[in-house]
Design a protein around this ligand. Structure first.
Ligand SMILES: C[S@@+](CC[C@H](N)C(=O)[O-])C[C@H]1O[C@@H](n2cnc3c(N)ncnc32)[C@H](O)[C@@H]1O
Length: 248
């Protein structure tokens, strides 16, 4: 088997959650085929006391428990031994950088990543600083652990690896590929519950279809995501300025 093109290491208190849904469909087939590799590390295996504790009470009081820095650091050091120093190390956290397609692409290009899944109230701050972990959030909500965030991130990464998604064109046209949300899709039947498919899609005129899809992608992005639309509009103006079509 060839060396996998992307290598994931996941540190978790629940290794049995992996590969979970990533064992099925596209990601599962790619895992079987060796396009990517997954190593799960049980953080509890690095606990030192007879109770195998991985957490303790927070200094300063307050609810919940905090994951100990010494146990997590040992798990991380053992996992990272021999890995390139610059390879991304991520800790999932609601206060982190929001996961988006740009970050997914950065991770694809990095060739692999080490992902730390928190539990309880989270991890001791010092281990984040000492091991240079990048905090990444799945969104503005609180999960009970980082495992679902890790599964989401891995799914998004794996589908961009060469050979995973059959038609490469479908990646080029999907949401965020051009900084826009995707245009609407239609299939048979041509009329359903009195709703007809837009005429232009039946025309066979590729240029007109392309223009309609671009206009729809722009309309939907503008209506639903002002933030994306502003960025797209700024990038388009910059591009046109470079090509000399618009005066700076
Ligand atoms: C119950 S949460 C801790 C929440 C934390 N006390 C707070 O208020 O931000 C336990 C773990 O779930 C993960 N987690 C929770 N929400 C997340 C999110 N939105 N994105 C990524 N990871 C999340 C983190 O690893 C976190 O350490």
């Amino acid at each position: 088997m060839n060396t996998p093109s992307w290598q994931a290491r996941v540190l978790t208190l629940f290794p049995e959650m992996f590969p979970g849904p990533l064992g099925a469909s596209l990601a599962g087939r790619a895992l079987q085929a060796g396009i990517w590799a997954l190593e799960t590390v049980d953080i509890r295996a690095f606990a030192r006391d007879k109770h195998r504790s991985v957490d303790d009470m927070p200094f300063g009081g307050g609810p919940g428990m905090v994951m100990r820095p010494d146990v997590l650091a040992e798990a991380l050091d053992a996992t990272l031994a021999g890995r390139p120093a610059g390879e991304p190390r991520i800790y999932f956290s609601p206060r982190g950088r929001r996961l988006d397609q740009a970050l997914v692409r950065e991770l694809v290009a990095a060739g692999g990543a080490t992902l730390v899944c928190g539990r309880f109230e989270g991890v001791d701050e010092r281990v984040l600083e000492a091991r240079g972990l990048l905090e990444v959030s799945l969104g503005d909500f609180v999960l009970s652990g980082g495992e679902i965030a890790a599964l989401a991130l891995l799914d998004a990464v794996v589908r961009l690896l060469p050979g995973v998604v059959g038609a490469a064109g479908s990646l080029a046209e999907e949401s965020f590929a051009e900084g826009l949300l995707e245009y609407p899709h239609y299939t048979r039947p041509q009329t359903w519950e009195g709703r007809a498919v837009p005429e232009v899609l039946l025309s066979g005129h590729h240029e007109k279809i392309k223009a309609w899809r671009q206009a729809e992608a722009e309309r939907i992005t503008k209506a639903r995501r002002a933030d994306l639309w502003e960025r797209h509009a700024a990038a388009t103006t910059q591009d046109q300025t470079k090509k000399g079509k618009v005066q700076p």
